[in-house]
Each structure stands twice: as structure tokens, then as C-alpha cells.
Design a protein around this ligand. Structure first.
Ligand code: NAD
Length: 286
């Protein structure tokens, strides 16, 4: 069976950093890249800071934290991922960008490498086709933040090689993921249910039915959710949320998947949620 020891991650945003941190903590060598070396260098620093915080909270030893941080390498470009056993794509949720990336990954990566996408809503089959080696491609949908949420939606296509799937399943076990298998369908399981729910919460806030804080309190206290839908929107990132909604709406054509207009306006103003410091709520030190 193909054994996964080194992991390439493309995209050092919200998810790329979280996935890199989890892989490094579980002993895997991580090679990370983004559109610019500055962004990746910043990402590697963020991971070191997060791991150092775990030490100050008493959750990890200094040695373990440093060892994990040293396993994450900033790379100049995707050519530097050519020898990785698994490459996980975590770039912006744009079909065009992902298709072009998979085409390049297919040309660059070693023949036995597994190519995975962390997409929330786009078609794994389309990415597999673009790569020119569909047997190597599958979907690994991590949850945000990967350090706390262990679910992973695993998507294969009819052409995915069974030995690649087995290698990824073993890798997921090593990362302590709870794997659910789901067909290649937009939004998989969780986002198919979650996105319309979040959009309804946004509409409640936007039409003045209730304040954002009260909507979230209602869902936490009344439904037992650990996080309210609007705090979840801020955590996902409002730009990513709009892209996911647009992709689901395009595929299903159902109005419930259409992003409320207010979300696009917030994104235009740079209010992206946690990552920008302002969304439905305010965040410090993000
Ligand atoms: P993000 O905006 O935080 O980060 C995206 C990163 O990709 C940025 O650093 C950007 O510079 C980089 N990038 C864009 N185009 C690139 C390219 N061509 N090559 C290399 N790097 C590129 O986005 P995110 O929230 O991390 O989402 C990334 C992916 O993960 C998306 O497919 C999204 O749907 C999925 N996802 C997001 C969440 C979430 O809660 N945010 C959860 C699960 C999955």
C-alpha cells in the first residue's frame, strides 16, 4: 500500500494552517505553499505561535511543540511539493483556481502521490479530470478548526484507486479523524445541511427579527449547539461562505442555497468574520 509520510499543503489560509498544524502534531512532515512566499512564512509563524500557546496552557510540552513546529516547512511554490506522498489542496473556493491547480499538480507530483481537495462544495470528479490522473484524486473535507473538530468527509469518485483510498484512510486514522464516506455531491453531508441554516440565521438578523447575539444564544441554548450559526459564519469566513453558497446554488438551483445579499456587502467592505476581526461579531487579536 502507498504509505503517506510527507504531506504537501497548498493554501495557508484558515484551513491550510489548521490542517498543517494537525499533520505536524501527529508526526508528519509538512510542506506548505501559497500564492506568495510572504504569506507562507507568515502562516508558518502563526502555527508556531499557536503551538507555543498550547505549551503556556499546559496542554503540550515545549519539546513536543517545537518538534511539531519544525516539521512545517515553508516552500516557494508547488514544484517543491513534487515528492510529497499526499498533497492537500486548501486554496480559495473557486472552481477555476482549483481546476488550474489540479492540472499543475497532476503534471508536477510524483506518480504515486495522492492528490486531495479540502473543497466544501465543488466537484471532486471535475478536479480529478483536470489532474489528468483521476485514479489519484479524492476529497478530504476537514472541519474548522481541525485541531478541535475531528470529522473528515471522505469522497472518492468511481475512478479513485482503492489503494490510494486505503492509504488515506490509514493516514486519517493516524490523524485521529472520524471519517464518514460520502458520494461526490455538492456540499457533501454537513454543508448541505449547514449552509441553508446559516443563511436563514443571516436573514433573521438582516430583517431585524432578532439581534445576532440573540439568534446565536437561541440556537445554543434552545438547540444545544456548541456554537451559534452567526459565530459559525464568522469562523468559516464570510467570503468563503458566499463562495460555497454560490457553488451550491449553481448546482442545485434552490433559493435556500443562494447567499443573502447582505453577506456580499459585508465581504465588499472587508468584514470577513474572524480572519478580518469583524463580521457579525467583533474579534480581537485575530
Ligand atoms: P482562506 O481564504 O482562509 O485561505 C485560502 C488561501 O489560499 C489563501 O491564503 C490564499 O492566498 C490561498 N490561495 C488562493 N489561490 C491560490 C493558489 N492558486 N495557489 C496557492 N494558494 C492560493 O480560505 P479557507 O477558509 O482556508 O478555505 C480553503 C478551502 O477549504 C476552501 O476550499 C474552503 O471551501 C475549504 N473549507 C473551508 C472551511 C472553513 O470553515 N473556512 C472548512 C472546511 C473546508
Amino acid at each position: 500500500m502507498h504509505k503517506i509520510e510527507s504531506v504537501g499543503i497548498v493554501g495557508s489560509g484558515t484551513m491550510g494552517l489548521g490542517i498543517a498544524q494537525v499533520c505536524a502534531l501527529h508526526g508528519f512532515e509538512v510542506h506548505m505553499t501559497d500564492i506568495s512566499p510572504t504569506l507562507v512564512a507568515k502562516g508558518v509563524d502563526t502555527i508556531s505561535e499557536r503551538l507555543a500557546r498550547e505549551v503556556s496552557r499546559g496542554r503540550m510540552t515545549q519539546d513536543d511543540s517545537e518538534a511539531a513546529a519544525n516539521r512545517v516547512k515553508a516552500e516557494e511554490g508547488i514544484e517543491d511539493l513534487a515528492n510529497c506522498d499526499l498533497v492537500i489542496e486548501a486554496i480559495v473556493e473557486s472552481l477555476e483556481s482549483k481546476l488550474s491547480l489540479f492540472q499543475r499538480l497532476g503534471a508536477i507530483c510524483k506518480p504515486e502521490a495522492v492528490l486531495a481537495s479540502n473543497t466544501s462544495s465543488l466537484s471532486i470528479s471535475q478536479l480529478a479530470g483536470a489532474s489528468g490522473r483521476p485514479a489519484s484524486v479524492l476529497g478530504m473535507h476537514f472541519f474548522n478548526p481541525p485541531s478541535a473538530l475531528h470529522l473528515l468527509e471522505l469522497t472518492t469518485t468511481p475512478q479513485t484507486d482503492a489503494s490510494k483510498t486505503a492509504a488515506v484512510e490509514a493516514f486519517c486514522e493516524a490523524l485521529n479523524r472520524e471519517v464518514v464516506r460520502v458520494k461526490d455531491t455538492p456540499g457533501f453531508i454537513v454543508n448541505r445541511l449547514l449552509i441553508p441554516f446559516i443563511f436563514d440565521a443571516v436573514r433573521l438578523a438582516d430583517t431585524g427579527v432578532a439581534e445576532p447575539a440573540d439568534i446565536d444564544i437561541a440556537c445554543k441554548s434552545g438547540l444545544g449547539h456548541s456554537m451559534g450559526p452567526l459565530a459559525t459564519a464568522d469562523l468559516i469566513g464570510l467570503d468563503t461562505l458566499v463562495q460555497i453558497g454560490n457553488a451550491l446554488f449553481e448546482d442545485f438551483g434552490e433559493p435556500r442555497f443562494k447567499p443573502p445579499v447582505i453577506l456580499g456587502r459585508m465581504v465588499s467592505l472587508g468584514n470577513l468574520g474572524r480572519k478580518s476581526g469583524t463580521g457579525f461579531f467583533q474579534y480581537r487579536g485575530s
